[in-house]
Design a protein around this ligand. Structure first.
Ligand SMILES: O=P(O)(O)OC[C@H]1O[C@H](OP(=O)(O)OP(=O)(O)O)[C@H](O)[C@@H]1O
Ligand SMILES: Nc1ncnc2[nH]cnc12
Length: 184
């Protein structure tokens, strides 16, 4: 399928996301992106769309959020011709890190970035698969802003429109652009 409009892209991507009810716990409808990843045309269309965003924003680094943000972010960085920087869950990165705690529905979590990976010359696009409550993305925004780099955008494959994550990250981002290729 040739994808030439935003609507066609959304339709293609949306058709490759599978709903798994009651995962990982009762009441949650899990948005499973593995069918999209297994379809090379859909995966390529997604990668190209996000790489175009990186290019438009003049990004020099893509920051991907563990773990599904790595699967999307690394090929986007390659396609855009820029570097990839991982944001990992606490305790995984071996060098000196900056860390940020954030609230989950129950309890809290912590993410980290290598302090030296982003410099004052860098323009950063954060990439992830799903924006739900927005807590992970907001924490990543906070982390990038504590580095010398400039945050130029946040892009996700899909926003869960029935949760307030979109409004939450827009507020955190201010004038910095936010893109969700799909709202479900
Ligand atoms: O908007 P939020 O409510 O913060 O949720 C969105 C985050 O949740 C998922 O990651 P998860 O922590 O499940 O990790 P995974 O990518 O390793 O599966 C998803 O990949 C996002 O990073
Ligand atoms: N409902 C959901 N499906 C997939 N990933 C998620 N991350 C947070 N909520 C999610």
């Amino acid at each position: 399928m040739t994808v030439s409009t935003h609507e066609e892209l959304s339709e293609l991507l949306g058709s490759r996301v599978r709903d798994i009810p009651d995962h990982p716990k009762p009441g949650i409808v899990f948005k499973d992106i593995t069918p999209l990843l297994a379809d090379p045309a859909a995966f390529a269309a997604l990668t190209e769309a996000l790489a175009a965003t990186a290019g438009r924003l003049g990004a020099t680094k893509v920051v991907g959020l563990e773990a599904r943000g790595f699967i999307l972010g690394a090929p986007v960085a390659l396609a855009a011709g820029v570097g990839f920087v991982p944001v990992r869950k606490a305790g995984k990165l071996p060098g000196a890190t900056l860390s940020q705690t954030y609230d989950l529905e129950y309890g809290s979590a912590e993410i980290e970035i290598h302090a030296e990976d982003l410099t004052a010359e860098d323009r950063v696009l954060i990439v992830d698969d799903v924006l739900a409550t927005g807590g992970t993305a907001e924490a990543a925004i906070g982390l990038v802003r504590r580095t010398p780099a400039r945050l130029v955008g946040l892009a996700v494959l899909m926003e869960l429109g029935f949760l307030p994550g979109g409004a939450r990250v827009r507020e955190a981002l201010g004038e910095v652009p936010y893109q969700a290729l799909l709202t479900v």
